[in-house]
Ligand binder design. Structure first.
Ligand code: FMN
Length: 207
């Protein structure tokens, strides 16, 4: 299928170069703006590697300040990747705003108490869902998962859901953040912040 006629014309946007923000403050501003226009602004793509082979998947950001936090299962493919290489990249695409943010850095596993606190703040059904799914392992059928969910739903009726082993969270400490704003005639604006000697080095990049 040839799809090379699919071409979105981007409108010109105000300059992103005139700010004196730190990239984390700029991310906060862009995130607040995305919250007003984007359905799931917290959805991002996480890329990890194992033996030089990258793999990507969508995730949900759960908090950010100087680091970016997400939760997952350590037994999954990404968990195994992260075990071998803590360097990862995350990517936001806020289509409605013609904005992309790419972030790279090292991942640090969250403490069990932090992860548990978040786990028990989730709806009961989500807790049972997480308990019932050994993420990224093979299932004989989809029904196996549904049956496990129903079984746990009965077993733990009116009881505290046991904390699933391997359920965990990570925070990414950024060493590079790049902001991309779509513009007219493909003259997109790009600004890169790279961490060096405890300061952010700033470069404007050609689109
Ligand atoms: C919008 C969206 C958000 C997701 N959020 C998460 C998440 O926060 N944590 C997670 O473990 N998986 C999340 N997933 C599922 C992952 O994309 C992926 O299927 C799963 O984590 C297994 O990936 P892996 O086998 O590469 O480890 C999300 C999927 C989508 C489409």
């Amino acid at each position: 299928m040839n799809i090379n006629k699919t071409r979105k014309i981007y409108k010109d946007k105000k300059s992103i170069f005139s700010n004196n923000h730190s990239p984390l403050a700029l991310f906060k501003t862009w995130y607040s703006e995305a919250e007003k226009k984007v359905t799931e602004p917290n959805a991002f793509s996480l890329s990890t590697t194992y033996r030089n082979k990258p793999s990507s998947r969508m995730m949900l950001l759960k908090s950010f300040s100087n680091t970016f936090t997400f939760y997952t299962n350590n037994n999954s493919r990404k968990g195994k990747d992260i075990d071998s290489n803590k360097f990862a990249s995350i990517l936001f695409w806020w289509k409605e705003m013609q904005r992309q943010v790419r972030i790279e850095g090292y991942l640090k596993q969250l403490s069990e108490s932090t992860v548990k606190k978040y786990f028990y703040s989730r709806p009961r059904e989500s807790q049972i869902g997480a308990l019932s799914s050994n993420q990224s392992s093979s299932l004989s059928s989809y029904n196996e998962l549904v049956n496990e969910f129903n079984r746990n739903n009965i077993i733990y009726k009116n009881k505290k859901i046991p904390f699933p082993q391997n359920w965990t969270g990570f925070q990414l400490k950024p060493s590079l953040i790049e902001f991309w704003q779509g513009g007219k005639n493909r003259l997109h604006q790009r600004i890169e912040y790279k961490r060096k000697d405890k300061k952010w080095e700033i470069r404007i990049l050609a689109p």
